[in-house]
Design a protein. Structure first.
Length: 213
């Protein structure tokens, strides 16, 4: 029996192959590269905001960019680290970023309750363009994050799905932001929030099925 057990162990050991350690900086570099690629594609296909071309960009552009990038990067860091589960506190920096990002739709909702804006102020056709382009960019970034998780061993597929969706939605919207010429809070609060929410829901539905191990 002992000889048989030893033979079995030796046979299993012979089949083992070395596996590369997942390095978070590689995953973050991948996310950054995909986001930059999406931004370049937007600039080439749609153009760049006029005020950004002249170096006199509106304050809303910087606020919007900062919030979206902060939310996207904070969430992406959490996703990248989820591929290497370990004992300890979960990175919750993305939660504070999400709270900060919620100020835009919250402010828009409060102002709408006080003084309902006309439909023209919401620019539905331009908003749908924002949703479509941000969604395509989010799909590319989310695919990269999903492939990264498939290389690792995430222990909470449902949470990973939510976070992949939030990260890719925020970064996809940030890529579209270099083209979007509108600065009013009603438009920003609505059309830069919807892509993140839709992407989060899509990530929750799709990603867990692709990363189970």
């Amino acid at each position: 029996m002992s000889i048989s057990a030893n033979s079995l162990i030796e046979g299993l050991v012979e089949q083992l192959e070395p596996v590369r350690t997942l390095k978070p900086k590689v995953g973050l570099a991948m996310v950054g590269g995909l986001t930059l690629l999406a931004a370049v594609a937007v600039a080439v296909l749609l153009g760049v905001r006029n005020d950004l071309k002249t170096g006199m960009a509106d304050e809303m552009f910087f606020l919007r960019s900062g919030v979206l990038l902060m939310l996207g990067l904070a969430t992406a860091i959490t996703v990248v680290n989820m591929a290497r589960p370990g004992v300890g506190n979960l990175n919750r920096g993305w939660i504070w970023a999400a709270v900060s990002a919620a100020l835009f739709p919250l402010t828009a909702a409060i102002m709408s309750a006080i003084n309902m804006p006309p439909v023209e102020a919401l620019r539905p056709m331009e908003g749908l363009k924002c949703l479509a382009v941000s969604g395509i960019a989010a799909l590319a970034i989310g695919s990269g994050l999903t492939l990264w998780l498939r290389r690792g061993a995430p222990t909470s597929p449902a949470r990973a799905g939510w976070l992949v969706g939030i990260a890719s939605g925020a970064l996809g919207a940030a890529a579209y932001n270099i083209y979007c010429p509108f600065n009013d809070i009603y438009y920003v609060g609505l059309w830069f929030t919807i892509p993140v929410l839709v992407s989060a829901a899509a990530g929750r539905l799709v990603v867990p099925r692709l990363i189970r191990w």
